[in-house]
Design a binder for this molecule. Structure first.
Ligand SMILES: Cc1ncc(COP(=O)(O)O)c(C=O)c1O
Length: 421
């Protein structure tokens, strides 16, 4: 199978390991910035266009700072993520809270920050009003039900827990208008890791239709439409990245016909992509700890699913490069395993690789989104460091590795001596 490109050499990584032992994630600033500019340029015809980086993908303040400088906002889904936005100095419409089964304190923090609140359910209107008060701007998440096919990760929209039904969302705008809300948005997200560019054009069409209907039935003029995240990335060599210029041209055509054509312009378009922003530009670097040969051949790594859950969780493919052996024939088959006491802790199953040995360095590609962030501490495993490869070639640590003391941080061993059994 063809190799994927890396922004560093084996020698550079060996040098980095002298200071930062494996495993670690490393992100490529130059590529992240170039990609951010490409995204914004593709939609530059739309005045007010904004991408709100889905911070759940890679919640690191250094990356947020870089993306903010490029003109991105952030999409949050919890108090911790809102707090992160606050600490980076983000405020107001730089932040969206796409809420999920949301507690009042989360709505409160979002409102205090002036963030755009994106409601998930019609019952949350009353809840928000009662506990926090309604802000001037509100968005609602639309679940198109059987109008749209979901994809494998997110499932069929009718089965999904997210969003308002068609009737509910129209009623929602009526209620919010009667309660004095002044500015309105709409949101939907029905796909995850989708590589078909037409999917996003169809999603825009569904939202544009609804925007027309809402205006006709309620008199509410929607000012922004959030097309969600879910833009896929080519995890496998040979897959094609979503052509954002193609998506943009398709959406622009529909915008001109349906939005401008019905006197509903201007309408700001938003995205809240995570994976497509940082995914391809982050790498998990890990060393072979042991080679084990039983009924199969295993390469046991010093990373485990704590560092990257996607293969174990979704059976997801992540490409692997064995540094220094890029041009060697892939004559061996390995299960590339982690050290967790779970049999699904495998980065790859039956992967054809060159012959590997103890201490070989493997780079697991496309780990820049939903990678480090998803990890847990099961088995007492500790989360690894995050590094940033700066544009000038310098490497900085942007999150240190966890220590055993971090793991014990929520325990009070002092009180243990007074605990009688
Ligand atoms: C509401 C919402 N927005 C955005 C995203 C980001 O998705 P992706 O990283 O696939 O673009 C997610 C992912 O889980 C999500 O749930």
């Amino acid at each position: 199978m063809a190799e994927k490109k890396l922004p560093f050499t084996k020698e550079q990584i060996e040098k980095i390991i002298e200071t930062y032992p494996t495993p670690f994630h490393i992100y490529d600033e130059k590529a992240i910035r170039e990609n951010a500019r490409y995204f914004l340029k593709a939609f530059s015809w739309n005045e007010g266009f904004k991408e709100y980086f889905a911070i759940k993908a890679t919640p690191n303040p250094y990356l947020m700072k870089i993306l903010r400088e490029e003109g991105f906002g952030i999409d949050c889904s919890s108090v911790a993520e809102l707090e992160l936005a606050k600490r980076v100095g983000m405020r107001g419409d730089e932040i969206i809270l796409t809420s999920n089964d949301t507690p009042a304190y989360e709505f409160q923090l979002a409102k205090d920050l002036g963030a755009i609140i994106n409601l998930d359910d019609i019952s949350h209107i009353d809840f928000l009003e009662k506990h926090v008060g309604l802000p001037e701007t509100i968005s609602m998440r639309y679940n198109p039900g059987d109008l749209k096919q979901g994809n494998l990760i997110i499932g069929h929209p009718e089965e999904a827990k997210y969003g308002f039904t068609h009737e509910q969302i129209i009623e929602g705008y009526r209620i919010l208008k009667s309660k004095g809300v002044k500015h309105f948005g709409i949101h939907t997200m029905v796909a995850s890791n989708e590589l078909d560019p037409d999917y996003f054009i169809e999603t825009a069409e569904i939202l544009f239709k609804l925007i027309i209907e809402v205006e006709q039935k309620t008199g509410v003029r929607i000012e922004f439409a959030n097309l969600g995240g879910g833009i896929g990335i080519p995890y496998k060599p040979g897959q094609k990245a979503v052509d954002l210029e193609y998506v943009s041209a398709g959406v622009q055509k529909l915008y001109n016909e349906m939005i401008a054509g019905n006197g509903l312009a201007p309408l700001k378009l938003l995205f809240e992509s995570g994976r497509a922003i940082t995914g391809p530009y982050g790498y998990l670097v890990t060393k072979v700890r042991h080679i084990k040969k039983t009924y199969k051949q295993f390469a046991g790594m010093d990373a485990c699913m704590v560092n990257l859950m996607r293969p174990a969780m979704y059976g997801a493919y992540h490409h692997i490069t064995v540094l220094g052996k890029e041009n060697e024939p892939h004559t061996q088959k390995y299960d590339v395993t982690g050290s967790l006491c779970e049999n699904n802790d495998k980065f790859a199953i039956d992967r054809e690789l060159p012959e590997v040995e103890r201490d070989d360095i493997m780079v697991i590609h496309d780990a820049g989104a939903h990678g480090h962030a998803m990890g847990f501490n099961y088995n007492g495993k500790l989360k690894s460091a995050e590094l940033l490869l700066r544009e000038n070639g310098e490497v900085v640590q942007i999150r240190r590795a966890e220590t055993v003391e971090d793991y014990f941080g929520t325990l009070d061993f002092g009180a243990l001596k007074d605990f009688s059994v």
